[in-house]
Design a protein around this ligand. Structure first.
Ligand code: HEM
Length: 149
């Protein structure tokens, strides 16, 4: 079966660029560059160093997030990747949605999905308990035994 044809982007109906549009244009370029650094360090640490993908389990994540640097690293990756993806999708909506109503609806959906994922992801990072009570000790990082939890 042939792939569906994608129609050409619609000509712009925007009358003028607001300061917010300019801000997002710059944000998209700067966050793109920052994301390359954040993501490759993330992948290098998780996949190349040590045992690679085999090392990833609960204790690995707990050990990593015991260091504030990696917590903030994950947070920066989460927020920038979500905002970059949201804004990029919103450019597509602007290019292809035919009516103002559809554009508004899709952009609202994008904003809501982004907000939910950023809030849930942030909660995971900052409320994460590395030594949950009653868990099998062999699955926990070694420092849980040291602090007697
Ligand atoms: C094979 C590729 C990948 C592996 C094995 C992997 C693995 C992991 C692991 C083990 C964690 C938890 C500990 C940590 O912060 O490192 C994590 C968290 C995270 N990863 Fe990745 N990752 C991969 C690709 C990506 C990509 C492509 C992105 C974004 C574009 C990403 C974004 C994130 C974010 C935002 C978090 C924090 C999660 C949260 O908010 O709860 N990862 N990843």
């Amino acid at each position: 079966m042939a792939a569906p044809e994608l129609s050409h982007p619609l000509p712009s109906t925007r009358k003028r660029l607001t300061p917010a549009h300019r801000w997002w244009w710059k944000f998209q370029r700067i966050s793109g560059v920052v994301l390359v650094v954040l993501l490759f360090a993330h992948l290098f640490y998780n996949l190349v160093l040590g045992d690679g993908v085999n090392q990833i389990d609960f204790a690995f994540v707990a050990g990593k997030w015991a260091a504030p640097l990696w917590k903030w690293w994950a947070f920066a990756l989460l927020v920038l990747a979500m905002l970059h993806g949201m804004n990029g999708m919103s450019y597509l909506v602007g290019d292809y949605a035919r009516s103002q109503r559809t554009r508004r609806f899709l952009n609202a959906l994008l904003g809501a999905a982004t907000a939910v994922i950023v809030v849930l992801g942030t909660l995971v990072i900052f409320t994460f308990d590395p030594c949950p009570q009653g868990a099998d000790a062999s699955l926990l990082p070694s420092f849980c035994a040291e602090v007697g939890k």
